[in-house]
Design a protein around this ligand. Structure first.
Ligand code: ATP
Ligand code: MG
Ligand code: MG
Ligand code: MG
Length: 483
């Protein structure tokens, strides 16, 4: 059985053998793009090449890119832990052609890699092709379909709609059809009972999309019309953890060696076994997933904080702490003890992790300690709000209560919503928003008179200098501008 490390290397070796330059992963945290906080796909780092703003140094490149999908257009946070194949942070294997090869090679090489190199069973593979959009004068992607037909029977080539099979960067710019490769990992009996093609794109945990091949061949103009793109682009992305699941014969990404060291360590520290209790399992998956996100963010110099990307990371960390607290009975800082396990398995491919081990552990522990100090009281408050709402036959708590949880107890709103959801409840969002607006107005007034040496600056130019306590027990990270 190939290990995760071997699989990652084999991908790079294969595309190197096809003339690709192997490039490093770009940072997961994006510094200077107001439209995007985190890298959410392999193509992000090539955006300017694709838009024609800069020339490509190499016309064929491939890599393994660390991605995060927790905000914006791609937000998978709600799925994570609940299902077994969406992560917050994951690795996307990708290969690109900038005005070089196109559909023929992209499809043939994807097939060659999966079937000839990795020996995946071709009978369980499916490819989708764009069905066309007559309203826009776009016909079916027959070109892709006929290339697939060399490899797959017609019954395994499936038409897909614009949502799944047409990729656009934005309202204008490069765009084009895509083909997605799906794999059916069910047993032969299950496959005989219901054909895999009926389950493609239906969120079945064992019939999953593994690889998206995007064929950028049009440019969408401001008036919405399409013109052919002079330099066509191939942009592919394959979910590394999903590929590992397929190759290692597992039913869940968490059963592959990408995650088992973490799952085992969590079990050992918490004295629990994975696979015995559904709620504990969800918690273990969430923690294994989230610790990766947090550690990689800190390694990319994005510390948890009170705004923007920093707050996204803090929210994820607090979400994980709450799962550990509620479902694994962890009342003490706990996640920072997983960092060495993570470094053991990923440190070689991502040296930024071992390089910053001490900082990563320290920041996670501090954050855990800080949140744990208020978590218990917050949970108590929320429980009693839920109980009194139920008594009154309501399935909603007030926005005021949710705001107190946010402001005084450091509960990110989505954490409150998650706990409410576990109890079949919601909150009064409008009231929460107005409490928040009032709070912001108060803060603006306070900021107007505040003069200090410390400023929160953009990453890359910041030096972490320690923590500071605010009036609430929430800790604020302080940065000093580096000259
Ligand atoms: P899905 O439909 O499963 O959410 P997607 O269509 O959103 O995937 P793409 O944007 O096409 O995903 O990304 C390319 C590949 O990255 C996917 O084929 C999948 O293998 C992988 N991938 C996407 N999102 C995730 C995630 N949250 N966790 C792990 N792998 C992912
Ligand atoms: Mg998705
Ligand atoms: Mg999809
Ligand atoms: Mg896709």
């Amino acid at each position: 059985m190939l290990t995760a490390k071997e699989i990652r290397e084999s991908y790079k070796d294969f595309f190197r053998s096809k003339g690709h330059q192997i490039v490093p992963s770009a940072p997961m945290v994006i510094k200077d793009d107001p439209t995007l906080m985190f890298t959410n796909a392999g193509m992000n780092q090539f955006k300017d090449i694709i838009l024609g703003n800069v020339a490509a140094k190499h016309r064929r490149v491939a890599d393994s890119q660390k991605c995060l999908r927790v905000s914006g257009k791609h937000n998978d946070l709600e799925e994570v832990g609940m299902d077994t194949y969406h992560h917050t942070m994951f690795e996307m294997l990708g290969n690109w052609s900038f005005g070089d090869y196109f559909k023929q090679e992209a499809i043939d090489w994807a097939w060659e890699y999966l079937v000839d190199v990795l020996k995946l069973n071709p009978d369980v593979l499916y490819a989708t092709v764009f069905e066309g959009s007559p309203a826009e004068g776009l016909s079916r992607d027959d070109e892709a379909a006929s290339i697939w037909a060399k490899h797959l029977p017609e019954s395994h080539i499936i038409n897909g709609n614009k949502h799944d099979n047409f990729w656009e960067m934005g309202d204008t710019g490069p765009c084009g059809p895509c083909s997605e490769i799906h794999i059916d990992l069910r047993s032969p009996e299950e496959r005989a009972a219901v054909p895999g093609r009926d389950l493609v794109n239906h969120d079945h945990p064992q019939v999953i999309e593994i690889w998206n091949l995007v064929f950028m061949q049009y440019n969408r103009k401001v008036d919405g019309s399409l013109e052919p793109l002079p330099a066509k682009v191939i942009d592919t992305g394959m979910g590394f953890e999903r590929l590992c699941m397929a190759l290692q014969g597992k039913k869940s990404n968490y059963d592959t060696d990408v995650f088992t060291p973490l799952i085992n360590k969590i079990g050992e520290l918490a004295g629990k076994k994975y696979g015995e209790d559904a709620k504990v399992d969800v918690a273990m998956r969430v923690i294994a997933d989230h610790v990766r996100t947090i550690a990689f963010s800190i390694a990319d110099s994005q510390l948890p904080g009170n705004a923007k990307a920093g707050y996204v990371i803090r929210r994820i960390l607090r979400r994980a702490v709450r799962y550990a607290y509620t479902f694994l009975d962890q009342k003490q800082a706990f996640m920072y003890r997983l960092v060495d396990t993570l470094i053991d398995s990923m440190g070689e491919a991502y040296p930024e992790l071992p390089k910053q081990r001490d900082l990563i552990m320290k920041v996670i522990k501090e954050e855990e300690d800080a949140f744990l100090r208020t978590l218990e009281n917050g949970i108590r408050l929320l429980d009693s709000a839920i109980a009194s709402a139920k008594k009154e036959d309501k399935n909603e708590i007030s926005g005021k209560e949710a705001f107190i949880l946010y402001d005084t107890y450091g509960f990110p709103l989505d954490l409150t919503e998650l706990i409410l959801k576990e109890n079949g409840m919601t909150l009064d969002q409008a009231e929460f928003d107005s409490e928040m607006a009032a709070q912001k107005a108060r803060a603006r007034n306070a900021a107007a008179v505040e003069t200090g040496d410390w400023v929160v600056v953009r990453d890359g130019e910041q030096e972490f200098v320690g923590y500071d306590m605010t009036k609430t027990p929430t800790r604020i990270l302080r940065y000093r501008k580096v000259k």
